[in-house]
Write a protein that binds this ligand. Sequence first.
Ligand code: ATP
Ligand code: MG
Length: 464
Amino acid sequence: MRSRRGAFAVRYYRQPKQGVLHMRAATFAVGVPYSIKTTALKINSGEPRIQARQLPSNVARVLRGLHRAGYRACVVGGGVRDLLLNLKPKDFDIVTDARPEQVKKLFRRVLLIGRRFRLAHVMFGREYIEVATFRGTGEEASDPKGLVVRGNNGRILRDNRFGSLEEDVLRRDFTINALYWDYAEGRIIDHVGGLKDIAARRLRLIGEPRLRYEEDPVRMLRGARFAAKLGCKLDARCSKPIPEMARLLRAEPTARLLEEVRKLFLAGHAVASFEQLRRFGLLDELFPFLGPWMESEPKAGEFVHDALAATDRRLSEGSHASLMFLLCVFYWGPTSRAVAAGGSKSPRYRQITEAFRGIVKDSKYGLRPTKRMMADMEDVLARQALLEAQPRRRVNQTLKHPLFRPAYRLLCLRRRLGEIDEQCVLYWQKRAGLAPSRSWSKRRRVKSGRGGKRNSHGNEKTVR
Ligand code: ATP
Ligand code: MG
């Protein structure tokens, strides 16, 4: 152990210079500055470390560009946290003391975006690296330019006052998300005990939890998500206020909730996320119609679990999974119950559509699907009537419909509720030439036609 520590110490004192030399050499030799990969790291004995070569090359480029221009440059947030936990980071966020306009001058293609938070996106083809300027703290009263704007209930609506790294730390949510990997020093800067919390797999908010949730209620969802994704436990001080504060989510814009719900359910830990949401009473805020149905339907838990587990499995196999489909699963039970209670004489597909619309309309709060999602969901739900009927005519047309697959998958899941018999599923399997196994779930991910920007790991990303 001693000798290893010694070796680290030597590397720490000797390598910074070597790193710079090597970096320049590599830049001239191949024209691509991959060289940060060989930059030295500061490693104090026992201190967790991140190797520069763990960073994608474009992240390294941006860090280096900022550093060379004399600015401070750090990787912060999920990138640092996930590397320390041996997970593959979804994206890497960079923070600097350069202002967005200064960042713009340093790189060829930079988009300045965001209203609530002004950010720079450094573009590399369709990929981009997000660069934020350190944010300041302090009282709004001393902020004559209105760079920080709060709404009623203390919610932060705009936050564009810049500051130092030390101030920036305090604006972050959880301690494990407030670790900075400093490019120049090659070490992790931890002002809030995030390293200890990572080691203990503990989620702790920076500051007073109630105030932090008031400032931004989505932090409650983030807490549930990180608990699920990282297998961390939310510290008692942070978990206790959630059930009574969960209703603050009602005032959140739909787009932001949808973005967070996507991350909860489409990142490979849908089963665990659902569990966490339920545990903290957040599920009722997002899907108020679901709890009452699940409590009164004995097989509902298994039905929903099957869908969530299938989503996780598909993603782990590299297949596509959609939030629209999961929402269909969540809505199905309450919708079919409303149909049964309605006793209408209209065709079944219409009854389903009307019942579904009624549930959405009657929900005073909760996650509102977008118009496009609503249209697709209506189709998938109503299509159950068609699939149940096993028609002999126009079968090809049914099979070719773009929403046949999700409708068929919902039909399969409904076996769990005892609504569909095996023979009906076999009928469609045979017609569609689907293997009885999960072969359809192994389809490769279909490239989405949307031309959205992608972050450093190819994920589409929206701005807070
Ligand atoms: P992941 O990328 O895996 O979803 P992340 O922690 O990187 O997790 P991002 O949404 O990418 O999450 O945000 C990057 C960082 O910005 C966070 O790690 C955190 O420090 C900060 N942050 C994000 N959202 C908030 C928030 N609502 N309140 C305070 N800080 C936040
Ligand atoms: Mg991130």
